[in-house]
Ligand binder design. Structure first.
Ligand SMILES: [Zn+2]
Length: 76
């Protein structure tokens, strides 16, 4: 009967260890999917050359700019 108790403890310990490892690997696996959306396409201002996210860029006739001022300066 004592060996049955020890077996139960061992099984419980292994189960806890495995579930704990699954949690760790699960959190590690959930990190990369959140990373890919982050890297935004970087574009270069056609006037001053600064790099900025494409979503922040101002589109002009000759290219993309970091601001409306640089678009005006470059295309005026
Ligand atoms: Zn600029």
């Amino acid at each position: 009967m004592k060996s049955l108790l020890i077996l139960a403890i061992v099984v419980l310990a292994v189960w806890l260890w495995r579930s704990g490892r699954r949690d760790v690997s699960g959190s590690n696996r959930s990190a990369p999917p959140s990373a890919p959306p982050d890297p935004q396409e970087m574009v270069r201002c056609a006037h001053c050359g600064v790099h900025l996210p494409r979503s922040d860029a101002v589109a002009g006739r000759l290219g993309l700019y970091c601001s409306a001022e640089h678009r005006q300066s470059a295309e005026a």
